[in-house]
Design a protein around this ligand. Sequence first.
Ligand SMILES: Nc1nc2c(ncn2[C@@H]2O[C@H](COP(=O)(O)OP(=O)(O)OP(=O)(O)O)[C@@H](O)[C@H]2O)c(=O)[nH]1
Ligand SMILES: [Mg+2]
Ligand SMILES: [Zn+2]
Length: 330
Amino acid sequence: MKPSRLDEDDIRIRPGRSKSRPRTKDRPQHTDAIAGSVTTVDRGRFTVLLDNGTEIFAVKARELGRKGIVVGDRVSVIGDSSGDADSQARIIRRDTRITVLRRTADDNDPQERVIVANATHMGIVVAAANPEPRTGLIDRALVAAIDARIAPFLIITKADLADPQILARNYSALKLPVFTVTNGLATEELRQHIDGQISVFVGHSGVGKSTLINQLVPDAQRVTGSVNDLTGKGKHTSTSVIAFPLPGTASNPGIVIDTPGIRSFGLAHVEREVILDSFTDLHPWMQSCPRACSHDEEECGLNMVTDPLTLQRVDSLRALLTGNSDAGTY
Ligand SMILES: Nc1nc2c(ncn2[C@@H]2O[C@H](COP(=O)(O)OP(=O)(O)OP(=O)(O)O)[C@@H](O)[C@H]2O)c(=O)[nH]1
Ligand SMILES: [Mg+2]
Ligand SMILES: [Zn+2]
């Protein structure tokens, strides 16, 4: 696997005019700046949870230029950091990102969107029923997580409505941690898994991401929405990404991030090698592939797969490799 890429704007190539001084020297040093994590982004306005526990509003300082700021970014702010309602601080620095979770609208769209920065874990949330589970999106989220070097795990909600094991079995070969949610209740195992980590929850609308966040963070007060009885789909209740510190007395209890339900998970930015790496469960079959197999030809080892669960994974992989899929559109 290739080392994870830096952000486009982390690398700035300057024209080689030997006499010009490095620009950084002209910048104020801001020794009084305070560090924190970005928890919401709304049209140029940011909420930053300072490391001292105060939540403040901030805008970008001009010196940041076009550097993007997303939820999860570690930043430094100056100015009014009192947290008063009408105060406004300025973000003067964005730290190098540890991880960057991206997606594209579809598999041919070159425009990448950064969903969150610095997540260590990704909870792929899927309902056992209502809405019916769709493995395409899970497979795609797994690829995105592996590409971003974020540790994925599966959360199967609505275990009170259908047997979660059917879906869990699909992924047993990947040895993914799997947690089930019954009647919207988080288990102790899930709490322990995300303790001290920065976890982002992704999944289709209506699977219960916000319901679960309300469980994990009692004062989160996320609005939840019912699933449409006719279409069996969620109503896209949550519309923005938002991070919450987990409750707890530890100095670093961790962060959990709620995201809006996604319709598709485009992976135009992911290299073919990473896609293949993500399907470790299919590697035994690929051993008998001819050299430089496209995995879409008569001699392909994947053609020997017969059981329906593994066949779903093969279909998923082939859709991703040919780029002709619907990006897991729901
Ligand atoms: N039966 C059952 N219903 C659940 C469970 N978890 C969530 N729900 C219900 O599912 C519906 C959707 O929940 P939300 O938390 O709004 O789903 P979401 O994933 O945040 O949806 P978006 O914000 O639209 O992406 C609500 O009516 C919840 O009460 C569960 O474990 N069992
Ligand atoms: Mg929601
Ligand atoms: Zn092959």
